[in-house]
Design a binder for this molecule. Structure first.
Ligand code: NAD
Ligand code: DAU
Length: 336
């Protein structure tokens, strides 16, 4: 199997490349990533010189490049993760979210169609369903009611992918996953931001009343679900992925402070995120029943391991927060 992974230098993408190299060592991975602020090639430095991991810096919206890569590497399947992924950034500047997530995805689909790709896995999000009340969980049949420019752009990408199946007969699968946590997450998202701020004794900014709920999944469990969906999923189907770990934001922030031994006086309630979704919860029963997937990590153990990784790897996040991680591509790749 030769698989083109888009966004393979991001948080989930770099975990996915590692997961595949470890668990499907016979697969060749072509990693197409633009290296935006969120793309960190250093995450994959262990694969320097590995012929089964080919990194290419480029844009998913460049059909000539994508078609060339598909032909050059006899690509069988695409796992599409590349995106602008941060809700707060989409509120400050929505345009790039439409350019990358909507138009970029459509161009990628078109390049895949023209080259007869056997399977296209669209990595979508539970945010397409909007916000829940205090009870219930999203199923694959829940209405699509995205709230933010980010989630609206992901909903567009999700639906255009399904349209390529219904209209052109392309073999497309869509996965919709809940909030991921784990190693290599850019420290703008809740968990790594809170860890890094706590380690610096800086205030921990909790939006609104801190009672918004997210349903957390360890990133390695998301990776195992993606590989399972690619291998066993049915064309045209949507699969929800979630870990059954609903937590209020404030519970997580307090847990992090406990893990790093810092006082709760660092918590600072700040102005709420505009349009802030109150609660997400995923019902993954279809994915479990039809694909035989289930998560391996519990939230408490996974959070403790994740926090320990950030505590033990200050160089990683110091290079990310200072911007030094960007030099890696220049020195390791461009020089060749
Ligand atoms: P991320 O922001 O960490 O990484 C995104 C990657 O995409 C980066 O490496 C970036 O350089 C690359 N990229 C951006 N624009 C590109 C373009 N035009 N061409 C090529 N590469 C480009 O994101 P993430 O958190 O790893 O999320 C990956 C995917 O999973 C996204 O599609 C996201 O919507 C989805 N998702 C994320 C979560 C989560 O909790 N993080 C949950 C569900 C779904
Ligand atoms: O649900 C899946 C989605 O999860 C993915 O599609 C997105 O790509 C991913 O970024 C994530 O979106 P969220 O908006 O849920 O994640 P974020 O880490 O930005 O915020 C999690 C919660 O924490 C949310 O309720 C907002 C809150 N928050 C976040 C930050 C960054 C704070 O209270 N303070 C903060 O500083």
């Amino acid at each position: 199997m030769n698989v083109l992974i888009t966004g393979g230098c991001g948080f989930i993408g770099s975990n996915l490349v590692k997961y595949i190299r470890k668990n499907r060592p016979e697969w060749k991975v072509v990693n197409l990533d633009k290296l935006t602020y969120a793309g960190n090639l250093e995450n994959l430095s262990e694969f320097e010189g590995d012929p089964k991991h080919v990194f290419v810096r480029g844009d998913i919206g460049n059909p000539e490049l994508v078609e060339h890569l598909i032909a050059q590497h006899s690509v069988d399947a695409i796992m599409h993760l590349a995106a602008e992924s941060h809700v707060d950034r989409s509120i400050l500047g929505p345009e790039v979210f439409v350019a990358t997530n909507v138009l970029g995805t459509q161009r990628l689909l078109e390049a895949a169609r023209s080259r007869g790709i056997k399977r296209f896995l669209m990595v979508s999000t539970d945010e397409v369903y909007g916000s829940l009340g205090p009870t219930g969980a999203f199923t694959e049949k829940s209405p699509l009611q995205p709230s933010s420019p980010y989630s609206a752009s992901k909903t567009s990408a999700d639906l255009i992918s399904l349209a390529y199946h219904h209209t052109f007969g392309m073999d497309v699968i869509v996965t919709r996953c809940s909030n991921n946590y784990g190693r290599y997450q850019f420290p703008e998202k809740l968990i790594p931001l809170m860890v890094v701020n706590a380690l610096h004794d800086k205030p921990l900014p909790v939006y609104g009343d801190g009672a918004n709920v997210r349903d957390w999944l360890h990133v390695e469990d998301h990776c195992s679900a993606l590989v399972t969906a690619l291998e066993k999923g049915k064309a045209g189907e949507v699969y929800n992925i979630g870990g059954g770990a609903e937590r209020k934001n404030i519970e997580i922030v307090k847990a992090i402070l406990g893990l790093v031994g810092k006082p709760e006086s660092l918590i600072k309630y700040v102005k709420d995120r505009p349009g802030h979704d109150r609660r997400y919860a995923i019902d993954p029963s279809k994915t479990k029943a039809e694909l035989g997937w289930s998560p391996a990590h519990t939230f408490e153990a996974g959070l403790a391991d994740t926090v320990k990784w950030y505590v033990d790897n200050p160089t990683w996040w110091e290079r990310v927060t200072s911007g030094a991680y960007r030099q890696y591509f220049e020195t390791q790749y461009r020089a060749r």
